[in-house]
Design a protein around this ligand. Structure first.
Ligand code: ADP
Ligand code: MG
Length: 884
């Protein structure tokens, strides 16, 4: 948190409150050249308890120690609020009890601020409290009891008195800055002032000024140490009043029109080039003594009183600000006059503020415009409170909230003190009377909060003058001269008229020289005596004259010799100057040489820079290329990866497909084998029947004819899942002679076009994909092209042929009569196969095939209008069905 604070301080340093003058150097804003200062001090809050107005009043404050007070709720309040108001203690930097004198208070509170002022540091001192709590008493005081303001002024003049510059040497510009005038201009300004105003040449003394009468007793005078004797000082004072959030200049000289008095003109606030706030066009009066300063203060007070009476205002509702500005600048090399360099002028200021009463409006029972004004006054105190709150929050929590200084003139004017550096002190005035209890409570809370705000500690700014002690040396020289003159008994500066007077006084008037008679022997001798005396005196005077003349001569001679020695000194210095000039010339040459060299180097650097630029350009383009290539590579890689995954997908797909295909083929083969098995079984059964028949009848035919076999087979096919005989009989065969055979060529869509040579070619055929009653009704022959996988994986095409009959129900029935197998095969394997199929292991391959066909063809399907073909139509399926 500290680090954060310091960072914020860094920002704040730009707004430093010190009015150090830098004008004259450049017109630019001065860079923040101030030494970095990380130290902070809390706002010094002091508490002053005034004595009770009347002895018998109820008191609600008790001073516990010199730092703590305790508030007691008055009896009435305690009863009303159920003890909500307890006894609360508040601590301060210091608490001043009722017996504290103005002098003690000053020593603790304001003296350090005045010392700071003399050492070029700013200060702000304000009094805060309810009306009647003693703010004005503390700030201004009363006759015999001077407050902080007159004491501060007194201390300033006691300290810088002998080192003050002549009037108008320092002259405020109108932008919160300070200029140094040359001696002639200052003299002219002084003469103008003397002729224009009736200001007495010698300021009124403490004894003559009734307003000032014994505000500070001489024995109470104090002085600041460490005043720079080689600087010249000037004090300027301004006095302003802030009423109803308007600023009025109390020292402005306006011609008073008794017939139509003009209302006072308000002033505005401005920010100077160092970001310090100031009242634009505010009168700044140069004062040379405490008395003069106080006279100016009283002038302002008087104006304030008049304005308040004329405008029916209440003084407790206005804030008064007395600004003491101290300008200081080093003396020139001779130690006589102020150095004519504006940049060497330092201005520090001490603001003494007597704030308006902090009580709420309701208490004063204000009405109308008064109420509005009161609102504004309260508003400015409220803004002060808000500013303090925000400042405290910012400092404690490390936040950076905006402090609303601009919301009121009072806070805006003192923005620099809180934002920048300086010392801020507040005297909280309290009246211990019970009536003020609630207001006092609020005051205490504000004071407590204010103590937690920290302000940057001002840093020391030593004035850089010439060799120290010039003023002292000059004074020493003067003293020595007077001393020597005295030693010689000669007239001392300013004393010769007195010696002459003495001598002239010893001239007695001549006695009467009228001779009264011939025997008057008194007159003449008396005259003679007087004349002799006069003669003696004359001689003495001549002697004196000669003596003085001689002495003056010797002094002059001495001065001559001094002058001579000074001239010698000057000569010597000139010689040195010449040497220095030579040195400077040499150094200039050296600088020239170095400049040339530096130019040369700069040129080289330029070339190198250019080369570097080219290389860098190259590097950049190469890098660019590299990047693009990398990107391409990356793209290709990702493409490859994508392809890989795709290929993997395809491979797995194909694998899956083939696995399925294999499975399907295996199943088909299985079925086929089962079929074969069944046919064998059937055959065996028939054989068995024949054998048993032969046994019983003792006779048997050699071999059934094809036709017979067909019928036998038909008969033997029992049990058949498809209803046979009765369903299809009687069959009405179509006449073949009626006009050739017509075929229904049934090729299921699932068939694969094998593009082989052995394509069945049936002329005059109606080609269908599915059995179709309409087509069947027109034809008398039916052929189904059926494909299946053979055991060797080849596709076997079978042409299943049949005859179409009309059924009794009006439908069509097909009786299968023949199966032709078309098979594609490897020539080698084919020949082998063919052989084996011709002469099978049982030696009756043809018959077996025939039987197979016969068996199959025994199935007839009756097709009725609207009925779909049953599953029996798929000849693959029916061996299975026959099993049960
Ligand atoms: P404020 O400015 O706060 O309204 P004042 O300074 O005008 O109050 O004080 C009101 C009265 O109380 C004045 O008459 C003043 O002389 C008197 N007073 C205030 N403080 C003291 C004190 N510490 N000792 C003696 N009298 C005081
Ligand atoms: Mg007051």
């Amino acid at each position: 948190m500290r680090a954060r604070r310091q960072r914020r301080r860094g920002i704040k340093l730009k707004h430093l409150g010190m009015i150090r003058q830098a004008k004259g150097k450049t017109t630019r804003r001065p860079p923040p050249k101030k030494p970095s200062n990380n130290q902070k001090d809390p706002v010094g809050v002091y508490c002053r308890v005034r004595p009770l107005g009347a002895e018998d009043e109820e008191c609600c404050i008790e001073v516990i120690s010199n730092t703590t007070i305790q508030l007691h709720a008055p009896d009435g309040l305690k009863a009303n609020r159920n003890g909500e108001f307890k006894e609360t203690q508040y601590s301060f930097k210091k608490v001043f009890g009722i017996k504290t004198t103005q002098r003690e208070l000053f020593a603790d509170v304001a003296k350090p601020l005045v010392e700071d002022l003399i050492h070029c540091k700013n200060g702000l001192l304000f009094t805060y409290g309810v009306t009647g709590s003693g703010k004005t008493y503390t700030m201004t005081g009363s006759p015999g009891q001077g407050g902080l303001l007159p004491r501060s002024l007194d201390m300033i003049f006691n300290s810088i008195g002998p080192y003050q510059a002549k009037r108008y040497v320092f002259k405020p510009d109108d932008k919160n800055g300070m200029e140094v005038q040359n001696q002639v201009d200052a003299l002219l300004d002084r003469q103008k002032r003397d002729s224009q105003t009736s200001v007495p040449k010698t300021p009124t003394t403490r004894r003559t000024d009734p307003e000032f009468a014994d505000m500070i007793s001489p024995e109470e005078a104090c002085k600041a140490g460490g005043v720079d004797e080689d600087s010249s000082y000037s004090v300027f004072v301004s006095y302003i009043e802030i009423y109803n959030n308007y600023i009025y200049d109390l020292l402005e000289e306006t011609p008073f029109d008794p017939i139509k008095p003009k209302p006072p003109q308000s002033k505005i606030l401005r920010e100077d080039q160092n970001h310090n706030m100031y009242v634009a066009g505010c009168t700044e009066v140069e004062v040379k003594s405490t008395e003069e300063a106080f006279e100016v203060f009283w002038r302002g007070q008087k104006k304030r009183r008049i304005a308040n009476t004329q405008l029916n205002r209440e003084s407790s509702r206005s804030h008064s600000v007395f600004i003491i500005k101290l300008a200081q600048a080093p003396l020139d090399a001779d130690g006589d006059t102020v150095l004519q360099d504006k940049s060497q002028v330092n201005v520090s200021q001490l603001c003494l503020v007597d704030l308006a009463g902090s009580e709420r409006t309701s208490r004063t029972r204000a009405e109308g415009s008064r109420l509005r004004e009161a609102g504004n006054i309260n508003q400015s105190l409220m803004t002060l409170r808000t500013c303090i709150e925000v400042l405290r929050e910012n400092q404690m929590c490390g936040t950076n909230k905006m402090v609303p200084y601009r919301d009121s003139k009072v806070t805006h004017l003192f923005k620099n003190y809180f934002d920048g550096e300086g010392k801020v002190r507040m005297v909280v005035c309290v009246n211990p009377k019970a009536d003020d209890y609630e207001e006092t409570l609020l005051v205490m809370r504000f004071a407590e909060m204010t103590q937690e705000v920290e302000v940057a500690r001002p840093v020391d700014r030593p004035i850089c003058g010439f060799a120290a002690g010039r003023r002292q040396r000059n004074q020493a020289f003067k003293d020595e001269l007077t001393h020597r003159l005295e030693e010689r008994g000669g007239p001392v500066d300013g004393e010769s008229p007195t010696v002459l007077n003495q001598l002239l006084q010893s001239f007695h008037p001549l006695p009467p020289c009228e001779i009264s008679g011939p025997n008057d022997d008194v007159t003449l001798p008396r005259l003679i005596e007087a004349l002799e005396k006069r003669h003696k005196i004359r001689q003495m005077m001549v002697e004196e004259y000669n003596k003085t003349a001689n002495m003056l001569k010797s002094v002059l001679q001495e001065q001559d010799s001094n002058l001579l020695s000074k001239e010698n000194f000057i000569q010597e210095q000139r010689g040195r100057l010449g040497e220095k000039d030579k040195m400077i010339q040499n150094q200039k040459n050296e600088i020239d040489r170095l400049e040339k060299k530096s130019k040369m180097l700069e040129y080289k650097i330029d070339i190198l820079q250019k080369t570097t630029n080219i290389y860098e350009e190259d590097k950049r383009s190469l890098q660019h290329e590299l990047e693009s290539r990398e990107q391409r590579l990356q793209r290709e890689m990702s493409e490859k990866r994508r392809m890989e995954t795709r290929m993997q997908g395809i491979v797995t797909d194909a694998k899956l497909k083939w696995e399925k295909e294999c499975e399907r083929r295996v199943n088909a083969k299985q079925l086929e084998m089962q079929n074969k098995l069944w046919v064998k079984d059937e055959k065996l059964k028939q054989l068995k029947a024949i054998v048993t028949e032969g046994k019983t009848e003792n006779r048997q035919p050699q071999r059934p004819s094809r036709e017979k076999d067909k019928v036998a087979a038909k008969r033997s096919v029992s049990p058949s899942p498809v209803p046979t005989g009765p369903l299809v009989r009687p069959l009405h065969r179509r006449s073949h002679s009626a006009g050739g055979e017509r075929w229904v060529d049934h090729k299921p869509t699932t068939n694969v076009d094998l593009d082989t040579v052995l394509q069945p070619n049936i002329p005059n055929a109606i080609k269908v994909n599915a059995p179709n009653e309409k087509a069947l009704s027109k034809c008398d022959k039916y052929v189904l092209t059926h494909q299946e996988f053979a055991s060797d994986g080849e596709i076997q095409t079978k042409l299943i042929k049949g005859e179409v009959f009309k059924t009794r129900g009006g439908g069509q029935a097909v009786q299968f009569t023949d199966i032709e197998t078309l098979k594609q095969e490897n020539p080698l394997a084919a020949s082998r196969k063919r052989r084996s199929s011709e002469t099978g292991p049982d030696g009756e391959p043809m018959e077996r095939n025939w039987t197979d066909v016969e068996t199959r063809c025994s199935v007839a399907v009756e097709m009725r209008a609207g009925s779909s073909l049953g599953p029996g139509y798929q000849h693959h399926g029916y061996p299975k069905r026959r099993k049960p």
